[in-house]
Design a protein around this ligand. Structure first.
Ligand SMILES: Cc1cc2nc3c(=O)[nH]c(=O)nc-3n(C[C@H](O)[C@H](O)[C@H](O)COP(=O)(O)OP(=O)(O)OC[C@H]3O[C@@H](n4cnc5c(N)ncnc54)[C@H](O)[C@@H]3O)c2cc1C
Length: 427
């Protein structure tokens, strides 16, 4: 691991230690930030807020600043990140390199939609300034770097446009659904009047027969204009940590249906409106430290795909049927629709369609075979897998899902290589 502590130091360090790949908080589930036996550049100590324009909301930061620090610092002043993933323990550079998305894709797009400029350092020492509004060359670098998996250069500075919010609170609602068609109707109708829409789905029932849509909007204060029935859920104080790695996964074929049923009943019992601090709504897993330990020493795979909307219902139904027959999976199934915006990045994931995410405890070959059958459904329906979550997809599925690969490779830095790039791009 090679720490890089300033933009000024970066060119010399990169030249001396390449080839390598940058790492952030390593919250990616696959091999995008891995480089076994090779160099990992660590920019986490470059974590200064450089400047903030209170008129435009443009915040300039170093790459290692955590989304958590931005949210905590600015939400009290009426600003927040426009797009945030399901954990705030990630770096700004990591969020850009995977062009992450949140629960508000229909209205806000992806993280890169709110990045106004980037500074990159290449391993030959070249400095590249780029942004969405620059000339063709600048725009090209920007589209390659957002979602570019750290392969175009080291991000040393970024400017992001924050969004005005009335404060850190949301008025949220949970609504149970009993079929996939009902999910689509509920999701579509919610998007008209709610910024954040996401659903939990019970992946054990075969056809998506049970789930909960959660939808929310920011509100000015937890105590104004509340429905009489609303409860208030604050930011967790301290949180809990999963204490040990159990010898086997606690999520298995015996516990899986029970966990899903219990989770559904719990959520259904609490359905209705509540006032929620942004932390439990946006980042529920952040309240449980080392939650991944529940999967035991072999760990788990997360499978995340997006299917075009026209094939979405049929494709999701097929995937859920295969998963239910396998008796593998977890109780963390997420189904959400993604809006009409095409992503900026050449390798960005979040295209228009329907997104399904499922965790699978790693049971070795049987899990890999299951994931291969899911790949066939994704390929047959014209979908793609999320690179931030992948460590195994076949090159054919990568190439079919990401039509701008040829353009992307022209921007690669020859001194940067990761396990993922070697696996999917050959170097
Ligand atoms: C609980 C949980 C929930 C999540 N929910 C979502 C979600 O809702 N939506 C979503 O899109 N993602 C989600 N993710 C995935 C996560 O947001 C992304 O993987 C994110 O990119 C991780 O950032 P990181 O700082 O950990 O970077 P890492 O995982 O360490 O690295 C990610 C990429 O950033 C690159 N990188 C890091 N620093 C630099 C730098 N200085 N210059 C250039 N490249 C750099 C790395 O090379 C790598 O390609 C979730 C992850 C978890 C654990």
């Amino acid at each position: 691991m090679v720490p890089i502590t300033s933009a000024a130091a970066a060119p010399a360090v990169l030249r001396a230690t390449a080839p390598g790949i940058a790492r952030g908080m390593e919250r990616s589930y696959g091999d995008v930030a891995l480089n076994a036996g090779g160099t990992l550049w660590d920019t986490r100590s470059m974590n200064r807020l450089v400047s903030f324009d209170t008129v435009t909301g443009i915040l300039t930061v170093e790459p290692g600043v955590l989304l958590r620090d931005i949210q905590a610092t600015f939400s009290r002043q009426g600003w927040m990140l426009a797009v945030t993933p399901g954990t705030e323990a990630v770096t700004v550079a990591g969020a850009i390199a995977n062009d992450v998305h949140g629960k508000n894709h229909a209205t806000m797009g992806t993280f890169a939609d709110h990045v106004t400029s980037l500074t990159l350092v290449r391993t030959d020492g070249e400095i590249v300034e780029c942004g969405p509004d620059g000339d063709g060359e600048s725009r090209g670098w920007f589209e390659a770097t957002c979602g570019g998996l750290g392969l175009t250069g080291l991000i040393v500075q970024a400017s992001i446009r924050l969004k005005r919010v009335p404060g850190p609170w949301l008025l949220a609602e949970d609504i149970p659904y009993q079929s996939l068609s009902e999910f689509f109707e509920l999701s579509d109708s919610s998007e008209a009047s709610f910024e954040h829409v996401v659903s939990w789905i019970d992946i054990t029932t075969g056809g998506g027969r049970r789930g909960i849509v959660s939808r929310a909007n920011s509100i000015p204060s937890p105590h104004r204009d509340l429905p009489a029935s609303a409860t208030v859920l604050g930011a967790a104080r301290g949180g809990i940590t999963f204490p040990v790695v159990p010898p086997v996964s606690l999520v298995n074929s015996l516990t899986l249906p029970l966990l899903n049923r219990a989770y559904y009943r719990l959520k259904r019992a609490g359905a209705g409106a509540k006032v929620v601090h942004y932390k439990p709504f946006f980042y529920p897993l952040d309240a449980i430290g080392d939650w991944n330990r529940a999967y035991g020493p072999q760990g788990f795979y997360q499978y995340q795909c997006v299917l075009p909307r026209e094939n979405g219902l049929e494709g999701v139904r097929e995937i859920l049927a295969i998963v239910a027959r396998s008796s593998q999976g977890s109780f963390l199934g997420v189904l959400k629709t993604l809006g009409e915006r095409e992503p900026i990045g050449m390798l960005s994931f979040a295209r228009p369609g329907v997104n399904l995410t499922i965790d699978f405890p790693n049971l070795g070959q049987s899990t890999l075979s299951l994931l291969s059958s899911l790949d066939s459904v994704v390929a047959a329906h014209g979908g793609r897998l999320y690179l931030a979550k992948d460590a195994r997809m076949p090159v054919s599925l990568f190439e079919a899902g990401y039509p701008r690969i040829e353009e992307f490779v022209t921007y690669r830095d020859p001194g940067i290589s990761s396990e993922m790039s070697r696996r999917l791009l050959g170097s």
